[in-house]
Design a protein around this ligand. Structure first.
Ligand SMILES: [Zn+2]
Length: 300
């Protein structure tokens, strides 16, 4: 999926310039890129069915892929999925429930591919397998994914619709999931076309920042960290923002422990393969770091 994904990304970014969204236009690009863009056509779509197929073949010995609901749009039905790790066989195992969400914005394939990559790494790590119960929601916005748009089919930015009584089917399905499960940690993957480096939103429990820092540091071997003091309109320190937009998807606080909540953002400026690698490293680091922090807490 990566090769085709890179072509989709080339088309999507050039299309933004062709549509006049920036100061520079398509004519400012080298002629080879311009003709590449024209050869790809004025419209282009991804296929959600291929993503579903790629999801379904993930680590069958480790994961179950389950439907969580349907979205009806444009005369088509899209099945929304989750990937769930199977419970440990030993009744003595303690597995921390964590969820990972991607594809809320259809024009951000990094998170989706990185979520699938994390599932592969998770399946290959006895340490992670024994310590976590992992639930992955790989693509919240299937119509946006196919059209490569931030918004869903109805033109809504789903990340401004959560916990506000939205009637958008994608939101209703995800809210139902979050009410039904108690996650200790919430991780999500997004991307940003204005940033020159990687950064993270760390909200919820204080722990979020403690986990986000090493995640960014490890991922900075692939993509540098954005160290600006203001990112995406929020004050930031060392690439970490402590605020969130109202209506953004996050954990529901239900139990006595406030869940950690970390969103990793990668810059569009880098090739998709790099963005996916950086996010997968960040996701994996969060899981390993949480174990380290939990071990520290036991020693207190
Ligand atoms: Zn996003």
């Amino acid at each position: 999926m990566m090769g085709e994904g890179e072509r989709d990304e080339t088309w999507r970014v050039l299309k933004m310039f062709a549509d006049g969204r920036f100061q520079h236009t398509l004519q400012d690009f080298p002629p080879t890129l311009q003709s590449e863009f024209h050869s790809m056509g004025a419209s282009r779509q991804k296929d959600y069915g291929s993503l579903v197929a790629a999801t379904r073949i993930l680590g069958k010995e480790v994961f179950d892929v389950q439907g969580i609901g349907h979205l009806n749009f444009g005369g088509r039905e899209y099945e929304l999925l989750k990937i769930v790790s199977r419970p440990a066989l030993s009744p003595y195992a303690v597995q921390v429930p964590i969820c990972l969400v991607a594809g809320v914005h259809g024009d951000e394939p990094d998170g989706i591919l990185a979520a699938l990559e994390l599932a592969r790494r998770f399946a290959g790590s006895p340490q992670l397998l024994s310590n976590y119960s992992l639930t992955i929601y790989p693509c919240v916005n299937p119509v946006g994914y196919e059209r490569m748009t931030r918004e869903n089919g109805a033109g809504k930015d789903l990340n401004r619709e959560f916990f506000l009584n939205s009637a958008e089917e994608e939101v209703v399905v995800m809210e139902r999931e979050l009410r039904a499960h108690e996650f200790i940690g919430f991780i999500s993957g997004h991307s940003d076309y204005e940033s020159f480096g990687m950064y993270a939103y760390a909200t919820g429990a204080i722990l979020s920042e403690r986990l986000a820092k090493p995640a960014l540091f490890q991922a900075s071997s692939v993509i540098p960290i954005n160290t600006d003091t203001v990112i995406d309109g929020h004050p930031a320190q060392h690439g970490i923002i402590n605020q969130k937009f109202p209506g953004s998807l996050g954990p529901l606080s239900k139990g006595t422990t406030e869940p950690f909540d970390i969103t990793i953002e990668t810059p569009n400026l880098f090739a998709l393969s790099k963005r996916v690698e950086a996010q997968a490293i960040a996701f994996e680091t969060i899981l390993h770091e949480y174990r380290a922090v939990a071990a520290e807490a036991v020693n207190l």
